[in-house]
Design a protein around this ligand. Structure first.
Ligand code: DGL
Length: 277
């Protein structure tokens, strides 16, 4: 176990089934550069999106419990699938810990669309959840919401296939049902998908805006820390720790370029470790 540190100088915990949550992590690093962070990727059990709700709920509770045992002050569930299944029960179980979750950005996309048609690309687990159905009912406001299940895409990102002909061919096949719909917004409803941005642009062209909620989630996290009096005050930046339940070498290979491009990366303590939960 890591040394917890006291109060507001404790790290933020960030959780995803795999590397997708790093699309949120990098926005947190940009907005809250002084904060220490513990990132947990449950890669041994990923992808979550094609598992049952019960399994996802159990794995998410185990992962969040592990992060809390490391002494984190706030948890970001940087996974739409885990949030859809478990956010309510997580908040019930740990009412004193701020827990920030993800949901597909249907509301901003519905406000921005000019054609009145938005696409949502997410995992089956997210799209089938009551939470998503209620989100659309509350915020689509007469806009047509076209959902597409990104089956196989999380695995593709986990394997490091982010662009090039293979990635584009896979995306073209998955997005084919959207061809007839005049969408001008595509909601990236899974935190793995911002890493496919270049390939998605190739496939969709310039007329479709990609909606990534990660910057808004980072801003929400900062507000939550402010309101709870939990922003870090220590003069030096906190450490960044990265943990995976899966293959450490593969995880490091994916994480390194993202961490290296983060501001102040060279000024802090950074570690990588494999764990079992
Ligand atoms: N990053 C997760 C999400 O946002 C991927 C879920 C999965 O493992 O399938 O939904």
């Amino acid at each position: 176990m890591l040394r917890p540190g006291s109060g507001r100088d404790r790290p933020i915990g960030v959780f995803d089934s795999g590397v997708g949550g790093l699309s949120v992590w990098r926005e947190l690093a940009r907005l809250l550069p002084g904060e220490g962070m513990i990132y947990l990727a449950d890669q041994a059990r990923a992808p979550y999106g094609e598992r049952t709700r019960e399994e996802v709920t159990q794995f998410t509770h185990e992962s969040v419990a592990w992060l809390l045992a490391q002494g984190v002050k706030l948890v970001v569930v940087a996974c739409n699938t885990a949030s859809a299944a478990a956010l309510t029960s997580l908040r019930r179980r740990w009412p004193d810990t701020p827990i920030v979750g993800m949901e597909p950005a249907v509301k901003p996309a519905s406000q921005r669309t000019r054609t009145g048609h938005v696409g949502v690309l997410a995992t089956p687990g997210t799209l089938q959840a009551d939470r998503f159905i209620s989100l659309v009912a509350r915020f689509a406001n007469g806009v047509h919401v076209h959902t597409v299940m990104g089956v196989g895409l999380v695995r593709m990102v986990e394997e490091g296939v982010l662009d090039g002909p293979d990635a584009e061919a896979r995306l073209r096949a998955i997005l084919a049902p959207l061809q007839e719909a005049p969408i001008d917004q595509l909601v990236l409803g899974c935190t793995h998908f911002p890493f496919l941005e270049a390939a998605l642009r190739q496939v969709l062209g310039d007329g479709v805006e990609l909606v990534n909620p990660a910057p808004a989630v980072a801003r929400h996290t900062r507000r939550t820390l402010e309101q709870a009096g939990l922003l870090r005050t220590a003069p030096h930046p906190g450490p960044w720790h990265f943990f995976t339940t899966g293959d450490l070498a593969r995880f490091k290979h994916f994480v390194h370029p993202i961490v290296d491009s983060a501001w102040m990366a060279s000024e802090r303590w950074i570690t990588f470790r494999k764990i079992t939960i």
